[in-house]
Design a protein around this ligand. Structure first.
Ligand SMILES: Nc1ncnc2c1ncn2[C@@H]1O[C@H](COP(=O)(O)OP(=O)(O)OP(=O)(O)O)[C@@H](O)[C@H]1O
Length: 297
């Protein structure tokens, strides 16, 4: 597994407004990288810069250490946020056409298109006009269009939004196969709770600034404070005043709290026991969505 794409100190403004501030991260072959942030955080702008649709004011994007050019970008696959298939053309014609634009011969483009549509469970719709498809199926057609030329880098803007859980699994399976075959995959989402289950690496952006980046487990270890759940016999509100305790959730006799570095969990347990029975007490593992809650709102 190699780092292939490097976004380094990219800045971009629209008029007076700076929407990307020193954005840096990397994307690795064989892995799915989720690019997560709230609406307006700067995901699409970053992706457009990677694809060369938009220029950075300062900073660089490199592929295997070299600056990007048209030839390299021909080997990328992009699913833009604004989608962009022609409503009045059949799915088959359209994906074949896009494959040919990327240099595939007619027979090869057709063969790959059919295989992809089959894999995306869209083969029965191959001859339908895009406008006749459900939104979820239009999305799968878009994904086929981004994949048909077997790109080395896949950049997908919100590929899972609007898909039902079965379709998410299907698309995820397809992306995993591409990664296993050596592609690098970068996709954006505003749903950290969904994405943390789907990807290997995460890049978290808020207000144009990268807040955290790395593999899932590493991010959890780095950013999570020790978190505990407790169930006591009466209201657990007293926890609020315990040294080193930050309440995450309080619901009557149940509470979830973080402990400051150096604070003693056993001290909290003893404090609880002086007030009455303790029915449950132990560490819990926060999800990334919980850790970065403010980033995704
Ligand atoms: N062409 C443009 N002209 C002016 N402002 C823009 C332009 N494109 C994007 N912006 C602004 O830049 C900011 C970042 O937008 P961007 O689309 O990159 O965010 P995003 O994270 O992809 O959000 P979303 O999930 O809503 O697409 C937003 O405030 C947006 O309004």
């Amino acid at each position: 597994m190699n780092t292939v794409l490097t976004v380094d100190a990219v800045n971009r403004s629209f008029g007076e407004r700076q929407v990307l501030k020193d954005v840096s991260f990397t994307v690795t072959t064989g892995r799915l990288t989720g690019f997560v942030g709230a609406n307006g955080a700067g995901k699409t702008t970053t992706m457009r810069i990677i694809l060369g649709v938009l220029a950075a004011d300062t900073g660089t994007v490199t592929w295997q250490g070299a600056p990007l050019n048209r030839d390299v970008r021909q080997r990328f696959g992009y699913m833009p946020e604004e989608r962009g298939l022609y409503p009045k053309m059949s799915v088959l014609e359209q994906v074949v056409y896009l494959g040919r634009l990327h240099g595939l011969g007619a027979a090869e483009a057709r063969r790959r298109t059919m295989a992809l549509l089959e894999r995306l469970e869209l083969a029965e719709r191959a001859n339908d006009h895009v406008q006749k498809l459900s939104l979820g199926n239009q999305q799968r057609a878009q994904i086929a269009a981004a994949l048909v030329h077997d790109p080395e880098l896949l950049v997908l803007d919100e590929p899972f939004s609007g898909l039902d859980p079965l379709a998410v699994d299907n698309v995820l399976g397809v992306l995993r196969e591409r990664a296993a075959a050596g592609a690098a995959v970068l996709f954006s989402s505003h749903q950290l709770d969904l994405v943390e289950r789907l990807c290997d690496d995460l890049v978290i952006i808020a207000n144009g600034t990268i807040r955290a980046a790395g593999d899932r487990a590493g991010l959890r270890d780095r950013y999570a404070l020790p978190r505990y759940a407790i169930e006591v016999g009466a209201d657990a509100g007293w926890l609020r005043d315990e040294a080193g305790v930050t309440l995450v959730d309080l619901d009557g006799r149940h509470a979830v709290f973080d402990l400051a570095p150096g604070a003693d969990d056993q001290q909290v347990l003893r404090a609880a026991l002086t007030r009455g029975p303790v029915h449950a007490f132990g560490p819990v593992r926060p999800s990334l969505a919980e850790i970065f809650r403010e980033v995704i709102q």
